[in-house]
Design a binder for this molecule. Sequence first.
Ligand code: OAD
Length: 253
Amino acid sequence: MRPPSSPAFSDNLLTRLAGAGRVAVLTGAGISAESGVPTFRGDEGIWKKFRPEELANVNAFMRNPELVWEWYKHRKTLMATVQPNPGHAALAAMESHHAQVTVITQNIDDLHRRAGSHNVLELHGNINRNYCIACGTSVSNEDILRQEAAPRCPACRGLVRPDVVWFGELLPVDIWDESVRAAERAEVFFAIGTSAVVHPAASLPGIAKKAGAYLVEVNIEDTELSWHADEVLIGKAGDILPRLLNSYVSLSH
Ligand code: OAD
């Protein structure tokens, strides 16, 4: 019997991919797990050890910016040491085989761009960016990491925050609109390494499918999305995506 980590790919999926002009992908923490970035949920997930409401919302930040910054400085330092993995690389390489590949990510780790993807929509922000909540000035990571406690704006001394979306905050409207457009236009839509429980990101696979996309999930286990997917590929993204790419690229030659 074939081990679950190396599923065969259906002819239907390979043929669709070989002929697809527009592909869109929604990624979550799972695609970066093999790079050493912890996921949020599950046994090893961050939210098992820390409560999101203490660290990832604006009230927590206003109440105790030092605590929230301690956590984000820790994550910035971790993310500066990690590298894109073969899953990120395979998504970047897909750009050579389709007219348009849109990577919509919930991750803030910048690994898609670092892997070479050009069309990345960051729904939840980017940990490498920071801005002053008083005057909006951008503040570099070097500035942030140099300062003790909660960093202050060099221009107005206001509090600086990481440019990430916290619980209870709206997603950046233009990026959300573009993500919906990409989902609606996709011929094949992938949901990769996401538990698909955090909305509105989790509604994108449904939007894509309703508009006619072939919906493919890649995850190490079933999720709430699996029932709705046309295909579920169980295994690690860093294993499945490069093999999938090789399989349909060789088919189209
Ligand atoms: P989760 O931690 O909720 O889910 C990670 C998913 O990745 C799970 O379904 C795992 O089974 C799967 N997974 C783990 N390792 C994998 C691998 N090597 N290959 C493929 N899949 C793997 O992370 P997200 O769905 O990204 O939001 O969470 C969504 C949002 O919740 C995050 O963006 C964050 C969090 O609170 C904010 O901070 C606003």
